[in-house]
Design a protein around this ligand. Structure first.
Ligand code: ATP
Ligand code: MG
Length: 380
């Protein structure tokens, strides 16, 4: 049943002017068009949306013709990206219906069937993500009780939960992410399905899981996400070599702080933290047969990363950084002579390796405190 909530005006500063321009242009061309998904959800909660998605009854080719700087993308479903800068684009999708062509695993492979707004609702994941905002009428359209769920801070699946996770297991990660971000409760049905269906994540491509990992942990609520992933047995399908420890907690809380302070972040740091203990264990094992400590470290790093990319693919630039952070630890664990100290300070990855050492000293390796002081003074 459709519910329309009228008179909803959002703070202009929170609305992306490019997204509004896109909506207005499509509207003026005579099509139905809305902001949809996470941006409406976040605006209603007074949060700053991460991105703005637009949905319309215009076909991708028709949208493409309206914008000079736009391109058609996507194999699984055709979408239009309207380009506003080197890294900025607004994604426009056409209303879609149903789920088509599934493989043996049940995972959706192609679902490029256009539909109506009502049908488009049914292909989305959670009620709170199926709200459509009409910025020129100031209306929110809600077919599935998303507004009520937002008020109660509850997350319910639109369709049958078991099937929905079978069709796209990444929805399990999304459920946990939104629950943590919004401080919302997962429905009993979702919780049960998470416990039962976690192994389905093994069917998701490592490349997609990498994208999801960034979304899961590069935010202000990463530690909550981590705890939930562990609770529902999902962590095992992202980081099978990782065992929880205080270092991981400290690093995730530190990431939140850095975001609050607008400091730079690299995903390499968290991957290095998550895999640090596994790398150490592997090192202890290899050292028994390998006389060179350095070569044993290099081999241990390599082995752990090879295991990791079977689950979550990591770009080469990232694994290079991870290995550098690890290899620099043994150098930073000692006070070095002046010449060597100067050399290490010039290493482009010094700062990251030092931060890594600092967090270790504040969690699993308190004995490193004196050497942290040494490196802190060396930087002055
Ligand atoms: P955020 O951008 O804050 O991560 P979001 O909900 O906007 O959250 P997006 O990935 O930007 O997430 O997707 C936009 C919308 O597309 C979602 O709100 C949801 O309606 C739909 N959607 C995205 N991914 C899926 C999925 N895997 N299954 C079903 N619907 C999805
Ligand atoms: Mg979004």
């Amino acid at each position: 049943m459709q519910a329309v909530r009228k008179g909803i005006k959002f703070d202009k500063k929170k609305l992306d002017k490019d997204a509004i321009y896109v909506v207005n242009t499509i509207h003026k061309a005579g099509f139905e068009v809305y902001l949809v998904g996470g941006c409406v959800r976040d605006l209603l909660l007074g949060l700053e949306p991460k991105d703005f998605d637009v949905v319309t009854n215009a076909k991708p080719e028709q949208v493409h013709q309206l914008f000079r700087r736009s391109c058609l993308i996507g194999q699984r479903f055709r979408l239009v990206h309207i380009i506003f800068g080197r890294r900025k684009f607004i994604e426009v999708a056409t209303f879609r219906r149903g789920q088509a062509q599934t493989k043996k695993t049940g995972i959706i492979r192609r679902d490029n069937c256009y539909g109506t707004l009502e049908e488009d609702v049914m292909r989305r994941d959670f009620n709170i993500n199926a709200l459509y905002y009409n910025p020129y009428k100031y209306e929110v359209i809600d077919y599935v009780g998303g507004l009520k769920d937002l008020n109660k801070k509850e997350i319910h699946m639109i369709a049958n939960c078991k099937l929905s996770f079978e069709q796209d297991p990444v929805r399990m990660l999304r459920a946990v992410r939104f629950a943590s971000k919004l401080d919302a409760k997962l429905s009993a049905e979702i919780k049960t399905c998470l416990f039962n269906q976690a192994p389905l994540l093994a069917n998701v491509s490592p490349a997609r899981l990498y994208e999801e990992c960034i979304k899961l942990f590069h935010n202000q609520y990463g530690f909550k996400v981590y705890q939930q992933l562990e609770k529902y047995g999902l962590l095992l399908y992202l980081f099978k070599q990782t065992q929880s420890n205080d270092f991981i907690k400290k690093a995730l809380l530190n990431t939140s702080e850095r975001i609050k302070q607008n400091k730079s972040l690299t995903p390499a740091f968290l991957f290095a933290v998550f895999l640090w203990q596994a790398q150490n264990m592997r090192f202890s094992h290899i050292k028994k047969q390998q006389r060179s400590v350095f070569l044993a470290r290099v081999q241990a790093s390599e082995d752990v990363i090879i295991e990791q990319i079977k689950q979550v693919s990591l770009p080469r630039w990232l694994t290079t950084k991870v290995k550098d952070i690890w290899l620099m630890q043994s150098k930073l664990e000692k006070r070095q002579p002046q010449k060597k100290t100067r050399e290490l300070l010039k290493n482009p990855h010094f700062r990251m390796a030092y931060d890594f050492l600092l967090l270790r000293s504040q969690s699993i390796n308190p004995e490193l405190q004196p050497v942290v002081d040494f490196w802190m003074k060396a930087q002055l």
